[in-house]
Design a protein around this ligand. Structure first.
Ligand code: BGC
Length: 755
């Protein structure tokens, strides 16, 4: 159950996370200055006061209403009657309308033909790039490189704004512990600190530090909140979460977004314990506005307000609208219910102050974007043509894709492959599939822009004979292509087997009860690996897959996620050793679906697993450990950790401690390592997680080079909610772990003495 509590504690927790992220970041953020503060802008307030004084109730509700465009083969179109609605002030914003021409034309209708000339706001799901598609978010998170993620968001903003987009529904900052849930692909994984780091980076990248620039747009932290808790990993389902888990796991990334200056939030579809997030004043007014002082806009999710009827918390459209608005949802996306609220105000069922505060937020957003100054600022056909999919944007997409690829297995240093091979067989249903290179939510991305893995290998191996055989498809059980595939494998020096899920198997409404490789792909892998040729499995997928058979039998496995428009070049450069892999998993890989939920920061239980004792936590038919743990990823070189030390073995409550460790590249190639710091509060008022990430740092080391890596742990890093939900340090013993993943670590004990 979620109950009211004192707010300040959670705030200091996030402040600390953000500070820690800044402290451990390997290089400075490019947008180092804080977002401009418009809150006290008298001119803006006077302008908005004046405008609102001239608005009718109906026009106000129109500003709170979002309509959608859709695309046919002539481009974006609006619903029938949509132009009249704009003229009459019944639409304040649009979803999924983009393109310099289209947005210009619609904007013209609004500013020239509506009574008050209020410009429209154009929004779109720009999730991992606009035209230049970067890796899907779970892939980006695998880079553990906030600077690169910020750059990707900035490039997406440059491209999207040139096409008239003012507002993106990103980042999705939901923690995901359930890989059945298709939307795990859209987020940053399972850890609050990593998720917060990526959230901050992405918000900075989209919004920059001046929203009125024509290359920055509004970001949106979504989906508020605890969407990842939905039961059975089934989209739109109900969630349950305790206040502790809500505050420790699901809220920090949202709070980090607020601290980073995010301008908008989106409510989540799910209910929590029976209270739909679209009708939850505790969350949207209590936590978001009162506790965190969020001044920005809250938008409903797609028809989320209308769905309050299905949830069974309202029996008329009007009551659903009143509940949502009163709960703090400012914009009605696609339910078209807020346009009906004037009747409720006139009947005395809704105080107009609720409408006024929401309208003010919409107008503030438009003002900050500079739309009242120049409504056409963002729709420039010239910029759209010049700034789309440039050489530089492609290069950034390739670099981030390279950083996001995770090497899961590499027996006998099979990888990197030699560039002098005579022949290579490229096999598998995803080897030459451009749509899946882009992944879901590909905005304005085009399949024809994508470099497939086959194409990438061909261009990086110009003198090698490359044979391509699909082998099987993903969706059916047809094994008739196996013979041709094994034949090709038998004749090649090496095989690259590209398996996984096609892009429409993850993201919204794409949940699975199995997380195995779909179709007959595992059988194809068995047939190919039985040839005893050197086989490298490249996976493209949007969720952790249960690939125990591959882990036992494939010589090498590379997790590529959906790498984006430069997929093939990035994968080829990794496989051929032009780039040394450095990605680390942002999420645990289960051995089987039955282990879900499985995450690294679990509690110890009263009966932790003991092989010698049956009555300890275990399964009869599986180990309880994951297939690959959180933070895991190999390199073509190796990194040795030693000399972990703390500046003090004992500190007083409230003090900080310095942690240092030596990291040596003791292999033969240069490479980057993500050094990870975890803590455990050994004895608490409540049972604490066995490990909690408190810092990370990417370090680049030449062969033989050693580096001392420093972290500072402050009071907030040791704090937690005690049994009474008070945020504080509980004096006592803590363990500090440092290593290259969440399992293989060095550790030292620290004593925190009470005052
Ligand atoms: C999704 C959101 C998305 C919105 C607008 C909804 O169905 O849940 O994540 O931003 O549609 O496209």
């Amino acid at each position: 159950m979620i109950r009211l509590k004192s707010w300040t504690a959670g705030f200091s927790f996030i402040t600390s996370l953000t500070a820690l992220l800044m402290a451990v970041s390997s290089s400075a953020y490019t947008t180092s200055s804080a977002p401009l503060n418009y809150r006290n802008d008298t001119q803006m307030n006077e302008f908005i006061d004046d405008l609102m004084s001239r608005m009718t109730l109906e026009e106000k509700c129109g500003q709170l209403t979002m309509s959608a465009g859709h695309w046919n083969n002539t481009g974006p179109v609006v619903k029938q009657g949509g132009l009249d609605d704009i003229k009459e002030g019944r639409i304040g914003s649009f979803l999924s309308v983009y393109g310099a021409d289209m947005t210009y034309q619609l904007q013209q209708v609004a500013v020239e033909n509506s009574r008050l000339h209020i410009p429209l706001l154009f929004s779109h799901d720009v999730i991992h790039g606009f035209r230049t598609i970067f890796p899907v978010p779970i892939g980006q998170a695998s880079s553990w490189d906030p600077d690169a993620v910020e750059e990707a968001a900035h490039i997406a903003a440059v491209e999207a704004t040139a096409s008239g987009v003012h507002w993106t529904y990103a980042p999705m900052v939901d923690i995901a512990r359930d890989p059945r849930w298709g939307r795990i692909v859209e987020g940053w994984g399972e850890d609050p600190l990593l998720c917060s780091a990526m959230t901050v980076a992405s918000v900075h990248g989209y919004q920059g530090n001046d929203l009125s620039r024509s290359d920055t747009l509004l970001a949106c932290a979504k989906h508020f909140v605890a969407y990842g808790t939905i039961e059975g990993g089934r989209d739109y389902n109900s969630g349950e979460v305790t206040e502790r888990t809500l505050r420790e796991v699901y809220l920090p990334s949202f709070h980090a977004a607020v601290d980073a200056g995010v301008e908008t939030f989106m409510s989540a579809f799910n209910d929590i314990g029976g209270v739909p997030c679209h009708a939850n004043p505790y969350l949207t007014r209590g936590i978001l506005r009162d506790e965190w002082a969020f001044p920005g806009l809250v938008v409903s999710d797609y028809t989320g307000i209308k769905e309050l009827l299905n949830h069974g918390v309202a029996d008329t459209r009007e009551k659903a609208g009143i509940r949502a608005l009163k709960a703090g949802v400012d914009i009605d996306m696609l339910s078209d219910i807020y346009n009906e609220l004037p009747a409720a105000v006139k009947a005395g069922d809704l105080d107009i102050s609720y409408i006024d505060e929401a309208v003010r937020r919409v107008l503030v957003a438009k003002y900050k974007l500079g739309l009242f100054e120049d409504p056409y600022r963002y729709c420039s056909g010239k910029k759209e043509a010049q700034q789309s999919l440039t050489h530089e944007h492609r290069a950034a997409a390739r670099e981030l894709a390279e950083k996001s690829i995770v090497l899961l297995k590499n027996n006998n240093a099979l990888l990197p492959l030699s560039k002098n091979m005579d022949s290579v067989a490229v096999i598998g249903p995803l080897a030459d599939e451009p749509h899946s290179c882009l992944g879901s939510w590909a905005a304005a991305g085009k399949a024809e822009d994508a470099v497939t893995i086959l194409t990438g290998l061909k261009s990086h191996l110009p003198d090698t004979q490359i044979t391509y055989v699909q082998g099987c498809s993903i969706d059916d059980d047809d094994t008739s292509g196996f013979a041709e595939a094994t034949n090709a494998a038998n004749q090649a020096d090496a095989v690259i087997l590209v398996l996984g899920e096609h892009r429409d198997m993850s993201a919204e409404a794409k949940c699975r009860t199995s997380i195995d490789l779909p179709g007959v792909q595992n059988d194809l892998a068995k047939a190919i690996i039985a040839t005893e040729k050197p086989v490298v499995v490249v996976l493209m997928n949007g969720r952790p897959l249960s690939i125990s058979w591959l882990e036992e039998n494939a010589p090498a496995i590379v997790e590529a996620w959906y790498p984006g428009v430069e997929a093939g070049n990035a994968v080829a450069r990794i496989l051929l050793g032009d780039v040394n892999p450095s990605g680390k998993l942002p999420v645990t890989f289960p051995r089987s679906v039955g282990q879900i939920p499985i995450y690294y920061n679990h509690r110890n239980t009263g009966r932790p697993f003991d092989a010698a004792d049956t009555y300890t936590t275990r399964y009869l038919d599986s180990p309880i450990t994951p297939l690959y743990p959180f933070g895991y990823g190999l390199s073509y070189t190796s990194f040795a950790y030693d000399a972990l030390s703390l500046s003090e073995a004992e500190i007083n409550e409230g003090d900080s401690v310095e942690v240092t460790v030596n990291v040596t590249n003791d292999g033969e190639r240069e490479g980057s390592e993500v050094v990870q710091l975890y803590i455990r509060d050994l004895v608490g008022d409540t049972a604490r997680p066995v490990r909690e990430l408190r810092g990370f740092k990417r370090v680049f080391l030449l062969p033989g080079e050693a580096r001392t890596v420093h972290f500072t742990l402050t009071e907030d890093d040791f704090s937690c909610y005690d049994a009474a939900m008070t945020w504080r340090v509980e004096p006592g013993r803590f363990q500090i772990f440092v290593g290259g993943n969440s399992v293989d670590t060095l550790s030292k004990e620290l004593l925190i003495k009470g005052k």
